[in-house]
Design a protein around this ligand. Structure first.
Ligand SMILES: [Zn+2]
Ligand SMILES: [Zn+2]
Length: 269
């Protein structure tokens, strides 16, 4: 069983739909849990959470960080809620994007915070020198969050093993589109209101032609990651989340009914 964080749907700037990730990785659908992480929103993540609770249990988003000083560009950070207070904190951050400093001095309990994509404040530093991870991890975990490093299909074995000495590592995707939809995707980009993005097409490693092959090529790394153990740990958090909802929820009890009685099973291995 694989968890694959950081997938973009049509609710932000992606075109990933049901079955695409399975296709990209060449694995059966019941062996993979995609975590939808759209920009500044949770629509697809929540839809899947409610629609297919046991297979897509995570409410997540790639949030925006407000630029500081003369910097005009927002940066990105990957957040996954694993406890009820994490959901609350996630919605707060989406509603009022913080600067990096504000983020690091706020309450991030109940959240997993990933090292993020090329537009994250941590990406460059970590790739250049994985020995910077402990410091970043400490800063993030001081807020009550749990830090993890996102390893992308273009990361090599050397980086992944160096990162694993200092933090949890999840193979991530930042997947936006597969080959078949790439032409439609480029048309979609041309319609964007922000001119800068229109003239800079999608990074080839985030989808499109050849992406499925690159993901398949990254599969050997997956076997080196403690994915099964992490899923078991995440399932534990999820059971806690279900139990909380069972106690708290009255009007929407049907969303969760039975989930405490039937907690998600541990994966084989
Ligand atoms: Zn991003
Ligand atoms: Zn992304």
């Amino acid at each position: 069983m694989l968890i694959m964080p950081h997938v973009h749907s049509q609710y932000s700037d992606g075109l990933i739909t049901d079955g695409d990730l399975e296709k990209a990785l060449g694995v059966p659908a019941d062996e993979i849990v995609p975590i939808f992480m759209d920009h500044g929103m949770v629509y697809e993540a929540v839809r899947r959470h409610l629609g297919d609770f046991r297979r897509h249990p995570f409410i997540a988003s790639e949030i925006y960080l407000r630029p500081r000083g003369g910097d005009r560009k927002h940066s990105h950070l990957s957040l996954i809620a694993y406890r009820p207070e994490g959901v609350r904190n996630l919605f707060r951050l989406i509603g009022n994007p913080p600067t990096l400093e504000e983020l690091l001095s706020s309450d991030l309990s109940g959240l997993l915070v990933g090292s993020g994509c090329m537009s994250s404040p941590f990406y460059g530093g970590i790739r250049e020198d994985p020995e910077r991870i402990p410091l970043i991890r400490e800063e993030i975990e001081r807020t009550g969050a749990v830090f993890f490093v996102e390893a992308f299909p273009w990361d090599n074995r050397q980086f992944i093993s160096a990162a694993r000495k200092h933090a949890r590592v999840l193979l991530s995707s930042d997947l936006h589109v597969l080959d078949d939809d790439f032409d439609a995707y480029q048309v979609m980009l041309l319609m964007r209101p922000d001119e800068g993005r229109r003239s800079s097409p999608l990074h080839p490693l985030k989808g499109g032609k050849g992406f499925a092959g690159k993901m398949a090529g990254a599969r050997p790394y997956l076997t080196r990651l403690p994915a099964a153990g992490q899923l078991r740990e995440m399932n534990g958090w999820l059971v806690e989340f279900c139990a909380f909802r069972e106690r708290q929820t009255t009007s929407s009890r049907h969303w969760w009914s039975g989930c405490a009685a039937r907690p998600p099973g541990n994966p084989p291995g």
